[in-house]
Design a protein around this ligand. Sequence first.
Ligand SMILES: [Fe+2]
Length: 118
Amino acid sequence: MSCVDAKTIVEGTDFEKKHTPLIECKDVVKAGELFEVKIHSAGVDHPMDDNHFIQFIEVKMGDITLVRVDLTQYVKPDVVLYLKAPSEEHKGYEMKLSAYMYCNLHGIWKYEKEIKIE
Ligand SMILES: [Fe+2]
């Protein structure tokens, strides 16, 4: 598994960028707030062909799987979610979102983002 960081998004190769499940959302959310999260490849579209495509995208908060989307070659590998931020007692903490993207030829790729809860 390749875990890609923010530097890769800017300086990485096209191969790295098309396999990286970039997480796009606010850096700070209010406790209990519903907020939008977009997951998509980092600036370079991954092919979605019969023999080479993204098979699934999964999103976790810490160890908890929030959603897993199974895909076929007929679907653009972009996901939009509306997540509910943790409740008041988590104020001041950060939650870690992890996105996983699985390519049938090039394996699983991971990207993480910390989000502050206020
Ligand atoms: Fe691939």
